[in-house]
Write a protein that binds this ligand. Structure first.
Ligand code: AHM
Ligand code: MG
Length: 342
């Protein structure tokens, strides 16, 4: 492995091999990299609650302490606007499309992002992350961006990635030619290539799901999870259960070790049997990455990347991971007579 390739160099060398590249896309990625370092700095200080004050409360100077997801949202917006390369943004934290303020140049790209995924874990010092998904606009650059620009299927993503704030800070991304992971060296403030061309094992031994919800799942999902727990050496079962409750962290572990992550539809609210995770800022970017790494992502019946979105905050069931594990799940769904609206 080459040692010492910085993320900055990686982005620039990809730009150089594309004769049509203008540098716009590289500027956009660099803005995300700087935002990642800023959010990492703030996340690392989150443990100092007694000194700085708990989010939502007041610090020792009597100033209101902002919630970290809010801070991360503001940081990303500021850096992305300043890049001059975005025409609109969609954040998990905001209900509507985010307009680019007049003082900034407007570019051809739009980004869906979850500024701080798994943020309910912050106080317990559990890994959390930022997820991003980049598209090129499809309407004329002369006009204001429209809903159809932000409601493109995941297959149209030009890049996607995440930053994980864990025992180290890593940025993992793909522009459609493999998945690459970089680790932040805090002593020099640079992301260094640590996992080039990540390939998810074809089959894992880990399943990750919130089994507390199993009473609300469809029968096929319950049967599949029971099957994983039945000892059977031919299929390397029983599987190990690992669930952090932070999508970025659960996904990252499974990407490296192999396995399957499931957030299926549940029937707690019969009017919304659509799971919890958001298509645009969670399921699509993770599905783009997993496919680039040789894995699969499905609702159970549909490939995630082919879903035609209808709303910016649409939720979908997400079953994602090693190809053989996801295929085994799909077989359980295919055999089932139960019709669940996926
Ligand atoms: P968030 O975006 O509000 O943080 O919610 C998404 C998170 C994912 O990170 C995680 O996989 C899931 O919600 C956990 O949900 P649950 O607590 O229902 O298991
Ligand atoms: Mg989230």
């Amino acid at each position: 492995m080459d040692i010492g390739i910085t993320l900055f160099n990686h982005i620039l060398s990809n730009q150089k091999i594309n004769p049509k590249a203008t540098g716009a896309f590289s500027r956009l990625l660099m803005a995300i990299v700087v935002a990642a370092k800023m959010v990492q700095r703030d996340v690392a200080r989150a443990g100092l609650v007694d000194v700085l004050g708990r989010a939502g409360g007041f610090n020792v100077q009597g100033e209101e302490v902002q919630k970290l997801d809010n801070i991360a949202n503001q940081v990303l917006k500021r850096l992305l606007f300043s890049s001059g390369e975005v025409c609109t943004l969609v954040s998990e934290e905001e209900a509507d499309l985010i307009e680019v303020p007049r003082q900034y140049r407007r570019g051809d790209y739009l980004i869906h992002f979850d500024p701080l995924d798994g943020s309910s874990n912050i106080d317990a010092n559990v890994s959390i992350g930022t997820i991003f998904s980049i598209y090129r606009r499809i309407t004329s650059p002369e006009t204001d961006p429209e809903l159809k620009d932000v409601l493109q299927p995941g297959l149209n993503q030009v890049a996607a990635g995440y930053i994980i704030y864990g025992s180290s800070c890593m940025l993992v991304y793909s522009t459609g030619s493999g998945v690459h992971g970089f680790t932040l060296d805090p002593s020099v403030g640079e992301f260094i290539l640590s996992y080039p061309k990540i390939e998810i094992p074809k089959k894992g031994k880990i399943y990750s799901t919130n089994e507390g919800n199993s009473a609300y799942w469809d029968q096929a999902t319950r049967d599949y999870i029971d099957w994983l727990k039945n000892p059977d050496s031919e299929h390397s079962k029983p599987y190990t259960s690992r669930y952090i409750g932070s999508l970025v962290a659960d996904f990252h572990r499974n990407l490296l070790y192999g396995g399957i992550y499931l957030y299926p539809a549940d029937r707690r609210d019969p009017l919304k049997p659509t799971g919890k995770l958001r298509l645009m800022c969670e399921a699509n970017p993770m599905s783009f990455l997993v496919e680039q790494a040789g894995g699969l992502a499905t609702t159970g019946t549909k490939r995630i990347l082919e879903i035609k979105p209808t709303e910016i905050h649409q939720r979908v069931p997400l079953i994602i991971g090693s190809s053989e594990d996801v295929k085994a799940y799909q077989e359980f769904v295919a055999k089932s007579d139960e019709k669940i609206n996926l």
